[in-house]
Structures are given as C-alpha cells and as structure tokens.
Design a protein around this ligand. Structure first.
Ligand code: IPE
Ligand code: IPE
Ligand code: MG
Length: 241
C-alpha cells in the first residue's frame, strides 16, 4: 500500500510553525534584531500564500510565547507594532481568499490597540470557510492545558459531569480552539530541537520537521521541501508498517 492510501492525504490539513531565528538572522548581518523580525514578517506573508497554493487549510503560527514577555521592552514594543502593521496590510488578503483569522493564547495580555485590531479582523473574517490562519500570541501550552483542567473542574464542582467523564476528548474540547484539528505537521526553523511550550497537547502525533534555515529565509521553496518530506512519512499511530 502506498503511504498515501494507507495514511490519508499526503498534504497536511494543519501545519503549525515555530518561527524561530529572526534574531540570529539579523545578528549575522550586523543588524538590530527588529530587522530580523521585519524580514520574518515577509516570510509569514510568503507562507500564508504557500499554504493556499498547496491546499493546507489550517496554519498556526507561533508569533509570541508567554515566555517571550521577558524580552527587552523595546523588542516587545517593536514586535507588537509589527503585528498591528501586519494586520492592517494583510486583511485584504484574508478577505480575498476567504481565510478566517483566529488567535490562540491570552489575547487579554496584549496591548489594547493590538487586541482591538485583532478582534476587528477576527470579527470581519469569522464566517470564512476556505482556511484558517491562527496566530499563537502570549501562548503557552501548559497554560492552555491548565485552562482546560480549570474548566473541567468547574463543571465537576457544579455537578454537571462526574470525574469519571473526564477523558481525552473532554480535555480536547476544553482547549482554547476546540474545533481546530491537531496539527499534522510541526515545523521549527533555526535548528533548535525543542517545543518551547507550543501546542503540547495537540502535537501528540504530529510529524516533526526541524530545519536549520532561519525564519526570515524560510519562504515558499523551503516550505515545499517540508511538505515533500511530510508526504513521504509513514504515520503509523502505533500500528505496524
Ligand atoms: C523568533 O525569532 C521570533 C520570536 C520569538 C518572537 P527569535 O527572536 O527568537 O530569534 P533568535 O532565536 O533570537 O534567533
Ligand atoms: C519560540 O521561540 C517562540 C516563538 C517562536 C514565538 P523562542 O526563541 O522564544 O524559543 P526558545 O527561547 O529558543 O525556547
Ligand atoms: Mg528564538
């Protein structure tokens, strides 16, 4: 049997990306870190388009982790500014391609103006069905799991469910975006072999792809290489062959 017929589609339905290496990209060129982030934003644009071309329906981008708040104030401010600019510049693309924007993470942690911009675009794109662009912002995987546990504990306390009802589906149903399928492919740029607290529950059976390419250099060509490798993976899910 071919891997395609045995393991479902050779194109991932959901790709999640840890966009790492902006700082190193800038440093290699003797530029300030923000220049790396600016060029990284160009990669974001390119990969959104590449997903559309390839037929990837869900794209989750790790844009700012809950741990990233420890970075210098000026870098955080610059990143938030870039995010706002990105929203303004990219909204028409979302409309044109009927892509819904969503956020996973603690939206309320972000500066008010950024929150407002995100809420506006999310509201205006909420009915689109062609694809979803999910930005992970002030996101932490453990924080998300703790959120799910808290919701479930509340319902147990109310008496609407029993502790025996708690199973994997119930945990999944209480995550931030319960209707989003788990990622099929998780990409990390810049070579680091770690998850950095990203989608811990959801990547349980995702295929992992780590490349040394730095995020600002990761464009459609590099993305296609990742998809090509994914197409050859044999997703066994514990079964044989
Ligand atoms: C990823 O690039 C962008 C964010 C985490 C916001 P980095 O800024 O982490 O780049 P490096 O890892 O320092 O090269
Ligand atoms: C992970 O990158 C977070 C994002 C890409 C937003 P980091 O650069 O923050 O991760 P570490 O510090 O190398 O684990
Ligand atoms: Mg980094």
């Amino acid at each position: 049997m071919t891997s395609e017929s045995f393991n479902g589609s050779s194109v991932p339905n959901h790709v999640a990306i840890i966009m790492d290496g902006n700082g190193r990209w800038a440093k290699q060129r003797g530029l300030p870190r923000i220049k790396g982030h600016e060029n990284g934003a160009e990669s974001v644009r390119a990969i959104i388009k590449a997903c559309r071309n390839a037929g990837v329906k869900y794209l989750t981008l790790y844009a700012f982790s809950i741990e990233n708040w420890v970075r210098p104030r000026a870098e955080i401010t610059a990143l938030m500014g870039l995010l706002k600019r990105f929203l303004t510049n990219e909204e028409h693309e979302l409309h044109e391609n009927k892509v819904r924007l969503r956020v996973t993470g603690q939206l309320a942690d972000l500066p008010k103006a950024v929150q407002a911009g995100l809420r506006n675009v999310m509201g205006r794109t909420k009915d689109y069905q062609e694809g979803q662009l999910i930005l992970a912002l002030s996101y932490g995987g453990r924080r998300e799991i703790a959120h799910a546990v808290r919701e479930i504990a509340r319902r147990v306390k109310q008496g609407s469910i029993d502790p025996e009802d708690v199973d994997e589906d119930l945990v999944s149903a209480n995550l931030y975006l319960p209707d989003v399928p788990d990622p099929d492919l998780l990409i990390r740029t810049s070579g680091e072999m770690r998850l950095s607290n990203f989608l811990l529950w959801q990547v349980s059976y995702s295929e992992l792809y780590v490349t040394d390419v730095l995020w600002p250099d990761f464009r459609e060509e590099q993305f296609k290489e990742a998809l090509a490798e994914y197409a050859h993976r044999n997703r066994r899910y514990g079964d044989i062959e």
